[in-house]
Design a protein around this ligand. Structure first.
Ligand code: SGN
Ligand code: CA
Length: 542
């Protein structure tokens, strides 16, 4: 009997101690911040009203600026999808993590930050577009679009590796999956690290039917460099194939019906390859869904057929630019609505207070600047990327920051925020001093960039360069050997290469030396450039 009561006391004490400890643990856990990483694909900062309200109002994304910090000089290390994602995940430049282009496989032995979060006890999840690999390490729950994914009735790859098709519009679906995870799967005893990754507004800019209707009636202001003739620049800008007039496709991009294109075949000498495959989005739709797009598609096609043959080049650029903006911005509008749904959920569920919310894109995009669409160049609109971070009680609401930060810094920032040690071979710097207002601890004066995917779609030549707050120095190589220098204060639109201007001779010497040092700092080299030269991309689908 004595023995029994002794063991009973022991058990009671043990249970009490255990309960006490796990209560402590839960308390501790709840202090570690949650991370909600929101990234869209090809979202230009010019299309976020917190940056610039000329084109569109994005009230939901803007909330993050009002309640957090907006970075005016955030950039990427390599302005193309999969390399940007690899840099974000690994905290390394693409020549170090190996994912220099969209086509080479991702090296799965690389340590990625979600793995470190999972190991540290975070619940991790990823929904939407990753662009490489179907089973990223360190992610507990996921639904990922295969490759680029589709706008309508998209397929998703599940954690088990099966493919499921979900009916509807991709931006809404990715959000539904994310919200559903929060409601059904989130473990309240653990902090979470959620990656909520939109496909939109990636080409072929296919909006939801209601947005398509609404935006097709709008007219947008033109950027001042829409009619750029690429004078005073090197070969690369002149030979790139991303010009709205010459390279944007009538059917797959501007949504003229294939039947109209067929009828007009003989009067359309300007753009080669007017493929109709963009209509693959329509082909994925049910009859009912297709019908919802019918009225607008008809009006586009009718207008095109009636007017195109008599338009001059300027009018053609204007028409294509408007069509482009109508669709691109309609896609953004859906992204903004859906970001609003998620932010509302954080508020309603009480999670907002302890959640760091990041909004960014995998790179910027040309919205007609220099007559272009697409990205790839180190020039401002694609090199820069939107970055907004909200962290209640840490980041002062409504602040802007002008420091030179990059997607290279994200992993270390998130790790530091969560109190997890970052591996020593990560190459970024935690943004924590900037987020907490200790700017004096930040001393970066230049950032490094390297783009490789050439010869390939859009034909943007290989280049690397250095950007400071004042200057941009670029070296184009492979089939050219050309240098460019832009004086960003005097020439923010980058219209005049001053590399050979005697007035900049000293600046050139100084900056070339600094670029050399930066390449050494980040372990890039001529030898590595040569190693990556063996890759040929022509004719390969991205
Ligand atoms: C596709 C697009 C290109 C785009 C690449 C890479 N063409 O090839 O315009 O640059 O993807 O984009 S499309 O006709 O197929 O839309 S990325 O964002 O994935 O890097
Ligand atoms: Ca992209």
């Amino acid at each position: 009997m004595k023995k029994l009561s002794q063991s009973l006391v022991f058990i009671v004490v043990f249970v009490m101690l255990y309960a006490c400890n796990s209560a402590k643990e839960i308390k501790l856990e709840s202090k570690r911040p949650n991370i909600l990483f929101i990234m869209s694909d090809d979202h230009a900062y010019q299309a976020i009203s917190a940056y610039d309200s000329t084109l569109i109002k994005t009230p939901n994304i803007d909330r993050l600026a009002k309640e957090g910090m907006l970075f005016k000089n955030a950039s990427v290390t390599n302005a193309i999808c999969a390399p940007s994602r690899a840099t974000i995940l690994t905290g390394k430049h693409t020549h170090m993590n190996g994912k220099i282009d969209n086509l080479s496989p991702f090296d799965t032995t690389q340590v990625t930050f979600p793995q470190l979060f999972k190991k540290a006890g975070y619940q991790t999840a990823m929904f939407g577009k990753l662009h490489f690999g179907n089973n990223p390490k360190g992610v507990d729950d996921l639904m990922i679009l295969p490759g680029q994914g589709d706008y309508l009735n998209p397929d998703f790859i599940t954690k088990k590796g099966d493919t499921v098709t979900i009916k509807g519009y991709v931006t809404d679906i990715i959000t539904d999956l994310t919200l559903n995870w929060f409601k059904e799967k989130r473990n309240p005893e653990k902090p979470f690290m959620m990656m909520y990754l939109h496909k939109a507004p990636h080409r072929n800019w296919w909006p939801r039917p209601d947005k398509f209707k609404k935006f097709s009636k709008k007219t947008f202001p033109e950027p001042v460099t829409l009619y750029d003739d690429y004078e005073n620049r090197g070969t690369a800008a002149k030979t790139a194939e991303m010009n709205i007039l010459r390279h944007m496709k009538y059917s797959s991009d501007n949504k003229v019906r294939p039947e109209t294109m067929d009828r007009m075949g003989e009067v359309l000498p300007v753009v080669p390859g007017n493929t109709t495959w963009g209509y693959k989005t329509m082909a994925r739709g049910t009859d009912e869904q297709r019908a919802e797009y019918g009225e607008v598609l008809d009006s586009i096609s009718d207008y095109f057929e009636a007017h195109w043959p008599t338009m001059n080049d300027k009018e053609k650029i204007q028409w294509k630019y408007q069509r482009y903006m109508q669709d691109y911005l309609a896609c953004i509008s859906s992204v903004d609505d859906n970001v609003g749904r998620v932010l509302d959920y954080l508020d309603e569920s009480g999670l907002a207070d302890n959640t760091i919310v990041i909004y960014t894109s995998d790179q910027g995009f040309y919205l007609g600047e220099h007559g272009w669409f697409d990205k790839r160049f180190i020039y401002q609109e694609s090199f820069k990327t939107p970055l907004l971070i909200r962290w209640p009680n840490k980041v002062t609401a409504g602040t802007t920051n002008e420091e030179l930060v990059q997607n290279l810094d994200f992993a270390q920032t998130f790790l530091e925020a969560a109190g997890i040690n970052a591996p020593s071979d990560m190459q970024g710097e935690s943004l924590m001093p900037l987020l907490t207002g200790n700017d004096e601890e930040w001393d970066r004066e230049a950032v490094y960039y390297h783009f490789y995917e050439y010869p390939s779609v859009h034909m943007v030549k290989r280049h690397y360069g250095m950007v400071t707050k004042e200057f941009k120095l670029i070296h184009f190589y492979y089939d050219v050997d050309e240098w460019e220098l832009y004086d960003l204060n005097k020439d923010p639109q980058e219209m005049m290469n001053v590399y050979n201007d005697p007035a900049y001779a000293e600046t050139v010497v100084k900056l070339r030396k600094e670029l050399k040092e930066l390449r050494i700092k980040y372990k890039d080299s001529h030898e590595l450039d040569q190693k990556f030269l063996n890759k040929a991309y022509e004719g390969i689908e991205n």
